[in-house]
Design a protein around this ligand. Structure first.
Ligand code: ZN
Ligand code: ZN
Length: 135
């Protein structure tokens, strides 16, 4: 399937062929800051299946620990993708257009969630990383 995504102002767009993998939401304090939200909402992609359609020159990067970083629209501030050592690693679910046919499969680092966040009942959650998680 073909999935497209774009930022809030619409000046940066991407597409990817195939499926998203391993959609997760991380509630740690770092992800709260990085995603400006109660948690991340993020899924993995194959870099070879990903391409920018528009506005790549508007992207700004912030690279944090261990070579993992985020790229966002310098015009509106939407965070679009995660990168590892300069290569696209995953996408933020919030910037995807339409239905990408995947659900968040696990909530991780729920043990360090914000005090103000209420986690819905019935979600798969872990106090720290999921056993097989690379997060
Ligand atoms: Zn934008
Ligand atoms: Zn996190």
């Amino acid at each position: 399937m073909e999935i497209t995504g774009e930022c809030f102002c619409g000046e940066v767009k991407y597409q990817l062929e195939g499926r998203l993998r391993d959609a997760r939401s991380c509630h740690c304090s770092r992800c709260r800051k990085a995603f400006s939200a109660q948690a991340s909402a993020y899924a993995l992609v194959d870099a070879s299946a990903f391409s920018w359609l528009l506005g790549q020159d508007l992207l700004t990067s912030y690279v944090g620990q261990q070579g993992f970083g985020l790229q966002f629209c310098s015009q509106c501030g939407s965070t679009l993708v995660g990168v590892f050592k300069g290569v696209v690693h995953g996408v933020t679910l919030g910037c995807i257009n339409g239905d990408p046919d995947i659900e968040i499969g696990k909530h991780i680092y729920v043990g360090s969630k914000a005090k103000w966040e209420v986690i819905p009942e019935g979600v798969v959650q872990f106090d720290e990383g999921a056993p097989e998680s690379v997060e």
